[in-house]
Ligand binder design. Structure first.
Ligand SMILES: [Zn+2]
Length: 428
């Protein structure tokens, strides 16, 4: 304590004669009620006066009404402990211990009784890779293609070749074969699927933008996916967009979300891996890549996908799908898109899953068992609609499920995806 006081005195208090400080000092003085400010400040080397000073600032802190919910919870438990039997009090001690950690939703990996293989595989996926430095420096080459697509693309949606139109007829089915679309579109499935899906959900109408703008936007976004990546290319983006649209079509999801959420989810799916370098976050951090430095080793890729997508969108009015919506709508939409793309980061996987299970899944399941009628769906979804936080959790879970849905597709598609991701990892 003494050391603390001393350093405080040296750094802050000695010779401090500022008016505002002196004022609060005078008001809260415990030693002399009508203290002369000058006389106290001049005694700054004297311990009691420092203590007085400290009390006064503590008093100011406590008079503030900024209290986090977790503080209230801890206080309630503390109070409950006082009149509880010893076994309950001890259990509550353990509860408090857990509550005081900061990572409430992230499981602790690598505990001793876990299978080392599992820990290693899951750990490799979920950490920022600070544990294993390879010394194999790879600097991510910045070849961001900011120029517009040089590839031929449809002029209007009616220009779409018949074979593509025919394929897209099946677009609403879960078994839709995205690789066939990739083949007939010359590895540009995102523009074509995007036009179809965005039309189905009335995205242009919501954004009040022309189909030409939407098309130009889809082209720019698709051009910034690396077709040289075996997995993280625009076919993966189209696949995630497809799954997201499929989930949005489900009654329960439809009833829980607003039109703005649907639009945000479709845009987020489209952009969620744009300019992916085919390397993992761990790799980029370990390599000290430009992107890792820019984003401080934190959600490096996800931050880049989102930031670049907004740069690409707003830098040219020809492809700016947001140019006609009002400021408030734009801010809400932007916030929702950012939240969803950042939710695809795997270090936060268990946090998102656990929040979803506790807030949406469990309450819905209990409501289902308590009310036997078939029409109870409306009640559940209405409860969600009234809570934006719950809508956020659903949107996050939706894009996360879409992002890792490969194994839920027909087996032949799943096998193709598995081959592609393995190849990308192997190249890394
Ligand atoms: Zn992805």
């Amino acid at each position: 304590h003494r050391q603390l006081y001393k350093s405080h005195r040296d750094e802050k208090y000695t010779g401090d004669n500022s008016q505002s400080e002196s004022h609060s000092f005078k008001c809260k003085n415990r030693r002399k009620d009508s203290a002369d400010v000058k006389s106290i400040t001049s005694q700054s080397s004297d311990a009691p006066s420092l203590q007085t000073r400290r009390y006064s600032s503590m008093a100011r802190i406590h008079s503030m009404t900024i209290e986090a919910p977790i503080t209230k919870v801890i206080n309630i438990i503390n109070a409950a402990q006082e009149n509880s039997p010893i076994t309950v009090a001890e259990a509550l001690d353990r509860v408090l211990e857990i509550l005081r950690t900061t990572e409430l939703y992230s499981p602790q990996l690598g505990t001793k009784d876990e299978d080392p293989h599992t820990s290693d595989l899951v750990g490799g996926l979920m950490t920022d890779g600070l544990r294993r430095l390879s010394g194999n420096e790879y600097v991510f080459s910045k070849n961001t293609n900011l120029s517009h697509s040089h590839l031929s693309a449809p002029n209007t949606i009616s220009d779409v070749p018949p074979c593509i139109t025919q394929l897209l007829d099946n677009e609403e089915s879960w078994d839709f074969n995205i690789f066939e679309l990739e083949a007939v579109t010359n590895k540009r499935p995102l523009v074509y699927l995007g036009l179809k899906v965005f039309a189905r959900f009335g995205v242009s109408e919501f954004l009040n933008c022309s189909e030409a703008t939407l098309r130009a936007w889809l082209q720019v976004i698709e051009a910034n996916y690396h077709s040289s990546n075996s997995y993280h290319n625009s076919t993966h983006a189209a696949d995630v967009l497809h799954a997201t649209a499929f989930f949005l079509g489900k009654e329960r999801v439809k009833g829980s979300l607003d039109h703005l959420d649907e639009v945000a989810a479709l845009i987020a799916a489209t952009i969620h891996d744009v300019d992916h370098p085919g390397r993992t976050n761990s790799f980029l951090c370990n390599a000290g890549s430009e992107l890792a430095v820019l984003y401080n080793d934190t959600a490096v890729l996800e931050s880049h996908h989102t930031a670049l997508a907004f740069q690409l969108t707003t830098k040219d009015s020809k492809c700016n799908i947001f140019k006609n919506i009002d400021r408030n709508h734009y801010r809400t939409l932007r916030q929702a898109i950012i939240d969803m793309v950042l939710a695809t980061e795997m270090t936060k996987h268990f946090e998102h899953v656990n929040k979803f299970v506790n807030s949406i899944n469990k309450p819905m399941a209990s409501e289902e068992t308590s009310s036997h009628s078939e029409g109870s769906d409306c009640e559940c979804t209405a409860n969600i609609k009234n809570f934006p936080d719950n809508q956020t959790l659903i949107k996050r879970m939706m894009i996360k499920c879409a992002d890792v849905a490969n194994p839920c597709r027909p087996l032949e598609l799943c096998i193709e995806w598995a081959g592609r991701i393995s190849e990308e990892y192997f190249a890394q």
